[in-house]
Structures are given as C-alpha cells and as structure tokens.
Design a protein around this ligand. Structure first.
Ligand code: URA
Length: 272
C-alpha cells in the first residue's frame, strides 16, 4: 500500500473507533450495490458467534428517537432558535438542546467559546478538533497554542479576546464540515457575534471567512483586507487571517499573519 493509502486507511479506522465501532463483523468486503443476479450461487457460511458475544446478555433496544429533521427544516429551526437567545447563557443552553445538527451525536460535547465576552475583538475558527472536543473549549490544541502566540505578539491574551467557531461540535475524525452543517450552525454563530458585539471580527481561515464575510476568494488573496460585517445591529470591521493550523503546515506564511495581526492591533488602538 502507498503511504497515502496507509494514512487514509488509518484515518478511516480512527473514524470508526471514535464513533464506537469495536468489532469487525466480516472479513470479506460486501458490494451492496451489486446486482443480486450476479451474486455467487453458494451462500456464504455464517461466521461463528464470537465467544464474548455468546456470553453477553442481549442488550435492550435503544429507545426510539424522533427522525432528524429534513435539511431545510434544520436550518429554519436554527434560525428560529438562535433569534430567541437573549444572552450568551441562553444561546449556550439553546445550542446544547438543539438537535438539528448531526455532529452533536458524534461529538463528546458542545464547544461554545472561550475568552472574555466583553472583549472588543472576536476570533472565529471553523470547528473544534480532538483536544477541543475533550475539554469543551475552542483552540486549545496545537493550533490553539499558535493562536495564543499570535495574540501575545500584539499584546493580547484570552482575557482580552473572545474565541468561538462556526461549528460548535467536532466533526468526526476532523473531517471538513458539510455545507449543510455549516448552514445549520451559521445562525447560531451570527447571533453569538451579535450578543458579544465586538468592534472587530477576525475570521481564522477560509471556511470562517466564507461563512461570515461571504468572501469566496482564496485566503491568500483575501486575508488582511478589512471588510464591513453587519452584526444585525451595527456594522463592524471584519478581516480574515490565515488559520493557525495552516500556519503550522506553512510556517513561511507566518510573516503575513504577523502583518495581519499588526493591522488588528492598529484597528483596536484606533477604535478605542
Ligand atoms: N481549529 C478550529 O478551527 N477551531 C478550534 O477550536 C480548533 C482548531
């Protein structure tokens, strides 16, 4: 197997394990799309029941759950629910109860936000990773460590900024969130920003930039440029910068990120 193939196989296995799979049930792959007429006439002998399975008492069937809402309903439900949040505490509670996004089922917990809710600058990333999922706080893994250094470079820390993500649940195996997941979570982060009411919004990476600032250009072209962002109650300044995870992979770009952070510092000083 090629190194890429090995990595892909390991990622898939990690995904299954993280989602609770703890046993394989067949050694031969089954093509479920194959035409039954083409199947071999000889039936495959059933595999013996594993010893552990034979000893375990039958588990009770899980309680029936309501079917998840159809996609558009989920987005509508998110919009309705987000509107009703009068405070950050209410928004957190609403998100905790919200069942319209399937990521909630595979994540360990909600990753709501970190930092100072009275901060004048808010940073928004894409979605939590493994460490964030375990701790319930955004940006505490390797890219969070780099974000801390970026903040420190302009005299900020988590007591002076507020940090959240577009998606508040970890996608399994750190896969990219789907467009529908992003659209479903968008009303919540928009309301989140409105409630925090910062003077400056910094989008960390392209997905956050696309979802919040509506910019579809590549991040290399669009980063570092101020645009107007409407919170719903007022217009504030918004900018996209490279995501710290990208900077970890492309350290040469740190000089651009440094430039952008200086622009954030200057904007904060000018709007004080
Ligand atoms: N990447 C993100 O976009 N958000 C986090 O919270 C962590 C990593």
């Amino acid at each position: 197997m090629t190194p890429d193939g090995t990595r892909a196989a390991r990622d898939i296995l990690t995904f299954y394990v993280e989602n609770g799979a703890d046993a394989v049930i067949g050694e031969v792959p089954v093509d479920r799309f194959a035409d039954p007429a083409d199947s071999p006439a000889t039936p495959v002998a059933p595999r013996p029941v594993r010893e552990t399975q034979a000893r375990e008492p039958a588990r009770a069937a899980p309680p029936a759950q309501a079917a998840p809402p159809a996609p558009d309903e989920a987005v509508m439900a998110a919009r309705q629910a987000a509107k009703t949040a009068a405070s950050l505490e209410e928004l957190r509670a609403i998100l905790d109860r919200f069942e319209g996004c399937g990521l909630r089922a595979t994540a360990k917990q909600l990753v709501f936000a970190d930092g100072n809710p009275k901060a004048r600058v808010m940073f928004v990333g894409e979605a939590p990773g493994k460490e964030e999922d375990l701790e319930g706080l955004p940006f505490i893994g390797p890219s969070g460590q780099l974000l801390n250094l970026m903040l420190a470079a302009i005299g900020l820390d988590r007591t002076k900024v507020y940090i959240a993500n577009i998606i508040p649940w970890r996608p399994p195996g750190n896969r990219d969130p789907s467009t529908h997941e992003t659209q479903t979570c968008l009303p919540f982060i928009q309301r989140h920003i409105e409630l925090v009411d910062p003077d400056i919004l910094v989008c960390l990476g392209k997905p956050s930039m696309g979802a919040l600032l509506g910019i579809t250009d590549g991040i290399k072209r669009a980063r570092g440029k101020w645009v107007s962002y409407s919170t719903g109650t007022r217009d504030i300044r918004g900018m996209a910068v490279f995501h710290p995870a990208y900077l970890l992979r492309n350290p040469i770009e740190k000089r651009m990120a440094w430039r952008d952070m200086l622009a954030v510092k200057k904007a904060l000083a000018n709007s004080a």
